[in-house]
Design a protein around this ligand. Structure first.
Ligand code: GLY
Length: 263
């Protein structure tokens, strides 16, 4: 069935936090210098949460010279047996994808984006029969079109969104935890944006960071410390695991940024 591959979470490709983490790109949430040791601790908790849900976590060493290298979601989009490898949209991050492509080449056909086209995997949300693709400061139309071409071969459509200036990536403000369902942050997306969804769990704007989730059936992993969002997930029939994410939030990163699911 087209698209089922994207909800299977057998294997996650991740990367250690960079020792240069204090220099990670940070444009939205930054209130202080990010802390490498604290980020490493949170990353371990994140890995444990994935493993507890049955995911095999594959972790590559930190990539020299790339402070944001632990955000592997941005470096590949998996479509069945093909990996679309983008040009990342921020100059300090472009290049992270090369060693990811090398790693994936054993198991996937690699489709490299042409020069000039850019896309961050963080602008791609899988929903049932389609990818929601955000056009943003990182993802341009050429990048979205390149992904759409390859998605079509796998029977998956693409629906474009304009990512609001209030946020970095599409995944920063929404996710799809189960078929038919979207979780979205109020104040960033509108009911009209998500009119295709059977159910939308709206997270109040002040807790909007919690709209980024990783789900396994009716079990959801969310960022720790968002009480109202937690209640909303429980009311919607999910059981909840929380991971402390403050150190990643400082650099505009969310739960999904820390992995790309490859099986
Ligand atoms: N710090 C994550 C990003 O800007 O891509």
């Amino acid at each position: 069935m087209p698209g089922t591959f994207d909800r299977s979470r057998g294997r996650a490709l991740t990367r250690e936090v960079s020792p240069l983490y204090a220099e990670a790109v940070s444009s939205y949430f930054n209130t202080r210098t990010p802390d490498y040791e604290a980020a490493r601790g949170s990353q371990e908790a994140y890995f444990a949460a994935l493993r507890a849900h049955g995911t095999e976590v594959v972790t590559l060493p930190a990539l020299e010279g790339f402070p944001d290298c632990s955000f592997t979601e941005d470096t590949a989009v998996i479509l069945d047996d093909r990996a679309v490898i983008p040009n990342l949209g921020h100059p300090s991050r472009d290049g992270e994808q090369d060693s990811i492509a090398d790693f994936l080449a054993d198991d996937f056909e690699i489709a490299r984006m042409p020069r000039g086209a850019t896309l961050d995997g963080g602008d791609v949300v899988f929903y049932d029969d389609r990818f929601l693709v955000g056009l943003s400061t990182r993802t341009n139309r050429e990048g979205a079109d390149f992904l759409a071409e390859h998605a079509k071969d796998s029977g998956v459509g693409v629906q474009l969104f304009d990512v609001p200036a209030s946020t970095l990536h599409l995944t920063t403000v929404c996710s799809s935890p189960r078929p038919g369902t979207m979780v979205a942050a109020e104040g960033h997306l509108t009911e009209a944006d998500l009119s295709f969804a059977e159910e939308v769990i709206w997270i109040p704007e002040e807790e909007g960071y919690a709209a980024n989730t990783i789900a396994y059936g009716d079990r959801v992993i969310m960022a720790d410390g968002y009480k109202r969002a937690r209640e909303l997930f429980l009311d919607a029939g999910f059981s909840v695991t929380s991971v402390e994410m403050e150190e990643f939030r400082e650099v505009d990163a969310s739960l999904t940024c820390l992995s790309v699911f490859i099986g």
